[in-house]
Design a protein around this ligand. Structure first.
Ligand code: ATP
Ligand code: FE
Length: 335
């Protein structure tokens, strides 16, 4: 089975080709244009997708050494995401499936961040059902009980900002460019995580809140810069390490609660923030510390990519879960 997968939910145009559960090619074209605006501008993202989609798909086919005529089905991201961005991938997938006369498969982007663990990769184990997934990305923060490929329940989620936003907004307050998450990660490596203390939010049950942390960091920076205009420059590594440490503690506290509540000790992380080296290390250590089995995705399957859309497409293909041309993009989507 050859699956062509397309992902265009936000600001990355991505295409991948899979042979069964193996990735043959995984191409991502980022969009530099948003950097100067300090965030994703939906109008510009949509236009860039329109420019990128044909060359990105061509490149994915070429790198996989697969001809369009060999394809078994086309999988695409139906949502959630930015409407103007989703529309480009959806229309492209629809027309290609019509012209090649092969099945069309709609994929939920958040399912894909979780099911990326089922891509066959040497050195990476696949979780067994049921497992818990911590999805941490630019728009979501969820703890999901994954019962099977197509049966998942959200058992906890953020009540305001997502973890990725907490990283990006903190970085912005520090004057770092967008997206700041990877930069905080980079500077944190040299810093002392206990240097500055931030209070953790009190949120009920398995839910999260990150907007208070952002405000706290804003006031903390403002207060210190008033006393010392070079405060950020002089303490950059320690500030980043302390912010990252606080975020990881918030996540771990809720994960521990989720394990206690469900009795499930297999934990898989997914989403762009699971690229974070501090989070990866903390979860790895949790295996020895708490007796969990943790699943950390290969780096290229953490931030937005089409391989993860392809693996869900493959699983749906096996069960004949196809869509017809009446399928529409959805900015928000039922889980
Ligand atoms: P969603 O998946 O919720 O629709 P998205 O697709 O925009 O959101 P992803 O690509 O999954 O988001 O994740 C992007 C986020 O991941 C950004 O907020 C970015 O800063 C963050 N991120 C990426 N790498 C790192 C890192 N190393 N450390 C912390 N955050 C990171
Ligand atoms: Fe994403």
């Amino acid at each position: 089975v050859f699956i062509l997968a397309i992902e265009s939910s936000c600001d990355d145009t991505a295409a991948a080709v899979l042979r069964n559960n193996k990735v043959l090619s995984n191409v991502v074209a980022g969009q530099k244009i948003h950097e100067e605006y300090g965030g994703v501008v939906p109008e510009l993202a949509s236009r860039a997708h329109q420019q990128n989609i044909v060359p990105v798909v061509d490149m994915a086919l070429k790198r996989a050494n697969v001809n369009k005529k060999q394809l078994s089905a086309i999988a695409f991201t139906q949502g959630p995401g930015l409407m103007g961005s989703l529309l480009v991938g959806t229309s492209f997938a629809k027309s290609l499936s019509l012209s090649l006369n092969i099945p069309l498969i709609a994929v939920n982007h958040m399912h894909a961040h979780i099911l990326a663990h089922f891509i066959d990769e040497e050195g990476f184990d696949k979780p067994e059902f049921p497992f818990l997934a911590l999805t941490i990305s630019g728009g979501h923060t969820q703890i999901v009980k994954v019962n099977s490929f197509f049966n998942m329940e959200i058992i906890g989620e953020t009540t305001d900002d997502a973890v990725g936003e907490a990283f990006d907004k903190s970085a912005k307050i520090m004057g770092l460019p967008y997206p700041g998450g990877p930069l905080i990660d980079k500077f944190a490596k040299e810093g002392n995580p206990k240097k500055f203390q931030f209070t953790k939010p009190k949120v009920d049950r398995l839910n999260f809140s990150f907007s208070g942390l952002k405000t706290q960091i804003l006031y903390f920076i403002q207060r210190n810069v008033l006393e010392n205009p070079n405060f950020i420059e002089e303490n950059k590594a320690d500030i980043c390490a302390s912010i990252q440490h606080t975020i990881i503690e918030i996540l771990m506290e809720k994960l521990k609660m989720a394990v206690a509540e469900t009795g499930i000790t297999q934990i898989a992380i997914g989403g762009g923030v699971s690229a974070n080296s501090g989070i990866r290390e903390t979860l790895k250590n949790a295996e020895g510390k708490y007796g969990w089995k943790t699943f950390i995705p290969k780096f290229e399957y953490t931030t937005d990519n089409a391989a993860m859309i392809g693996i869900v497409g493959y699983q749906k293909y096996l069960e004949n879960r196809f869509n017809d041309a009446s399928i529409v993009s959805k900015a928000r989507i039922e889980f």
